[in-house]
Design a protein around this ligand. Sequence first.
Ligand SMILES: [Cu+2]
Length: 170
Amino acid sequence: MFTRPRFLATAATVIAAAALAGCSSDAVPSGPELTVTDPWVKTAAPEDMMSAAFGTLTNTTDHDVTVVAATSDVSPEIQLHEVVGGQMQEKDGGLTIPAGASLTLEPGGFHLMLMGIPAAIVAGDEATFTLELSDGETVTFTATAKDFDGANESYGSGMDMSASPEPSEG
Ligand SMILES: [Cu+2]
């Protein structure tokens, strides 16, 4: 048996990260900063109190876009939620979509949380949502309601809504 130890000199490669140049402030986007694809909202009965909306948000600009709030005709209050360690919570600072990238809102991940829905949301219903961006722009989209069983468990276990009927924010 014959082995020859070999030592390979490896040239270190230095990669210099190019600083991102600030883009022209004159550019005014002609279309929406965000496009929303495949939006849907989970069907719910009023006694459920809560529902959630999902979809894919695509940033059409060359800068980060942050959704800071959302409103809808089917819910008096909407929170921006994320799921961390199996529990959902409000996403501090809103939902940021990097330049040119997409963020998918899906069961088990980011979602728009509908709080205190006043009326049933039944399959096939169309709900209008408006996203408020950090720069003051708004993006409106229509989501179709569809049944989704899986979301019940994760939302029920993630939030003790039933245990604290009174608002505890403050
Ligand atoms: Cu939630």
